[in-house]
Design a protein around this ligand. Sequence first.
Ligand code: HEM
Length: 356
Amino acid sequence: MDPSALIPQPDAIPVSWGWFQGLLLITFFLHMVTMNIMVGGAVIAWVNHLFKGPAPQPLSREIGKKMPFIIAFTVNFGVAPLLFLQVLYGQFLYTSSVLMATLWLSLVFLLIIAYYSSYTFILKYDSLRIGRILLPTLTVSIFLFIAFLFSNNLTMMQNPESWPRYFADQSGFLLNLGDPTLIPRYLHFMASALAIGGLSVALFYEFRRKRGDGEAQRWVQYGCSWFMWATLINFPLGFLFLGSLPDFTHDVSTLSGALFAFFLIGSVVSGWISVMHARVNRVFQATGWALATVFQMILVRDFTRTAYLRPYFSPGDLEVRPEYLPMILFLIIFAAGLALIAWMLKIAAQTGEVQS
Ligand code: HEM
């Protein structure tokens, strides 16, 4: 069967596609950073209890206090790229979501359970015993599963060749396990979450150290070690992922392939520099370079999607029916929303809700 016959007709867009593409990249970057802090932080809090037992652990408690905030940011910073992705690639994303609809819809319920378990962990921390291990186990398992669902959906959406499987299985449980890129891609994302999670621990305690907390230095080192080791593991994982990608994704004779190569090399270099800074606990420099690495990786990931979809579609093909007001209103509300979040964080920090 010709898979292109399964691609629905896209809708017209109100402004040029470049606007949506830029906003997709920016908001997805915010989602990736918060998701990494969330998943990595949860794993670190969990591992800390797993190896040291149910006795209270200051680091796990500290991470637990922040977790409900971080989940909220991850989810909200996920909504915006979801909207832009639907505007640009809705005909692909809707179809792949239908193929795995049962699993995809379960995501909402799983997220609610993860939210509850993270709240219970911190609100009942003092009275919990074995729950200090079990609740983070539940939260972490759900996060890892949700991330796996995302990797499945996003690889399936760019592979219309895999869609005809739907005619043999309409249960809504279709995954993309036959795709050789899936597992390396997923592991690459998760290792990056451990790294950034560790770095966020280091950054948090670096601020505390600067404010005179004598205990903070050991957690700065601890967070930096997570960052370094996870990033070092991520180099071979990244090459495994690269090796699993079809040649056309990094064919430098195409524009997307050349940009892929350029930003891939850039991200390897900035990743290495960030590890060098983390090695000597230079947390701010390590954070700057690590964020540059994440952003470049996001660009590389986008060029990969462009290459996969080239036989079928390019966002430039979308019909534009000019209507500027909704976009202008969106940009104003988006900027106001970000300013409001910054103000909220400042107030929360001042009143000690975030800090203590
Ligand atoms: C809270 C648990 C979540 C985790 C662990 C998570 C993790 C991930 C991961 C790992 C990816 C990259 C997958 C890949 O490319 O292979 C991803 C992409 C994405 N996530 Fe999340 N996510 C979460 C929640 C959400 C929510 C609630 C939304 C939306 C409401 C969302 C929106 C998105 C979007 C739109 C993308 C893809 C963007 C693109 O392809 O350009 N995420 N997420």
